[in-house]
Design a protein around this ligand. Structure first.
Ligand SMILES: Cc1cc2nc3c(=O)[nH]c(=O)nc-3n(C[C@H](O)[C@H](O)[C@H](O)COP(=O)(O)O)c2cc1C
Length: 191
């Protein structure tokens, strides 16, 4: 059986992003559970704010690159910051571009039949917990099947050890459990 392929990215482009750190750790934990994880930094794929006039002139090059990567994966694991109780504009904009019909493929065609898991990190005590249900709903609207029990990482600026792992064992176990559920679900579905 081929290992399930999971695309991992954060809804933050910031160089020191806590969510990128969490996404990279999740990618490692996915690999440890037998999955194949591809971490993508959205800073490397800048896309304009969605505008139908830009789209009418041709799909931006970075959207096409992201489309190609997404098409090659069976699931997404997204680490989203919380901005004013919501997901970030970067995450929404990226998903909006990827939801568009292109090249004969229908809108949402790239997401159909795929799975998703969501995590959030924040320096605040609640760990971005308000953005998680909103992110889950958006992913479901895109026709992804979203795993329950997303992980929120509070006080994230002091949560990581020097090796990039989580200092708190219980939180590390929760992240492992989520990654394992995703890998096992994909294996059962596609294996
Ligand atoms: C516009 C804006 C709104 C924010 N709103 C929230 C919020 O509602 N809840 C929260 O926990 N943190 C909030 N923050 C703080 C972010 O959680 C913090 O900047 C975090 O480090 C961003 O994620 P990143 O480290 O992955 O870039 C906000 C930050 C910005 C810039």
């Amino acid at each position: 059986m081929t290992a399930p392929k999971i695309l991992v990215f954060a809804g933050s482009a910031r160089a020191g992003s806590l969510n990128k750190q969490l996404a990279k750790l999740a990618a490692q934990r996915i690999e440890a559970q037998g999955g194949q994880a591809t971490f993508v930094d959205l800073k490397d794929y800048p896309c304009p704010l969605f505008d139908g006039d830009i789209e009418a002139q041709g799909m931006p090059e970075n959207v096409l690159r992201l489309r190609e990567i997404l098409a090659d994966h069976q699931a997404l694991l997204i680490a989203s910051p919380e901005y004013n109780g919501f997901i970030t504009p970067l995450l929404k904009n990226t998903l909006d571009w990827l939801s568009r019909p292109y090249g004969g493929a229908p809108g949402l065609g790239l997401f159909a039949g795929k799975w998703a898991a969501l995590v959030a990190a924040s320096p605040g005590g609640l760990g971005g917990i308000r953005a998680l249900p909103i992110g889950q709903q958006l992913l479901a609207n895109l026709s992804l099947t979203v795993l329950p029990q997303p992980l929120s990482l509070g006080k994230a600026n002091s949560a990581f050890n020097e090796a990039g792992g989580l200092k708190d064992e219980t939180t590390g176990q929760k992240l492992d459990a989520l990654c394992k559920r995703l890998v096992d679900t994909l294996a059962a579905h596609y294996g």
